[in-house]
Ligand binder design. Structure first.
Ligand code: SF4
Length: 209
């Protein structure tokens, strides 16, 4: 598991102009999703149910340190299209899960940190429910809901561009997953990752018993 971490300043975070822009981004067609993101108004962690741009800005302003956590997946090359697509989807799902597992570990050990995950909330699926309750019933775990930066009005790609990171809008060489942490303490992520690996290896030993 290779997680890159970058410390950034509050002023380097690029926010959407307003909530209308966030909703429009969600509903714009993109690769394999001609009607926009299927999670729009189908998950309590996603727009229009997620925090407004203004709430996110206000929340983040109360913190001192900001960090981007990034996982990359090199897109596999294969002459057979459907194999390449299958491998790419599998790899993307794997880095999404790996990064979110790490972020979830951080959150359970640092309740006071503000953490943004790298996808819509899938907590209910992890707990063997069929999916999110939206919009038939209230969120099952409102204290643990996982919000992504984009859903909260943070323009992740524009933030990366502002930082000088060259990213591919239509990725051909690598896929990225990005989470954000806001803290009031300077974090040694090398040490956090080391502790997480130890925690995982203990967990695996227990599972093997
Ligand atoms: S905790 Fe469950 S109900 Fe709440 S947003 Fe996540 S998936 Fe939906």
């Amino acid at each position: 598991m290779d997680i890159q971490t970058y410390q950034i300043q509050f002023d380097q975070i690029d926010f959407a102009v307003n909530d209308t822009e966030v909703y429009r981004n969600c509903q714009n067609p993109y690769k394999f999703h001609p009607d926009g993101c299927p999670n729009y108004d189908n998950n309590w962690s996603c727009p229009p149910n997620s925090p407004t741009v203004s709430d996110t800005r206000t929340t983040l302003k109360t913190y001192t340190y900001f960090w981007l956590l990034i996982m990359e997946y090199p897109i596999p090359k294969n002459k057979i299209k459907f194999i390449q697509k299958w491998k790419t989807q599998k790899g993307f799902a794997r880095i999404t899960k790996n990064l979110n597992d790490f972020l979830s570990y951080l959150q359970s050990n640092h309740r006071e940190w503000k953490i943004y995950y790298c996808s819509q909330c899938e907590l209910c699926k992890e707990k063997n429910y069929s999916g999110c309750t939206c919009s038939n019933a209230p969120c099952r775990y409102p204290d643990k809901i996982r919000i992504s930066p984009e859903a909260a009005g943070i323009q992740v790609f524009d933030t990366l561009l502002k930082l000088g990171n060259s990213i591919e809008i239509e990725p051909t060489s690598k896929l990225l997953r990005i989470g954000i942490c806001a803290t009031d303490e300077k974090v040694d992520f090398t040490n956090e990752i080391k502790k997480y690996r130890l925690y995982q290896s203990i967990l695996h030993k227990f599972n093997d018993l």
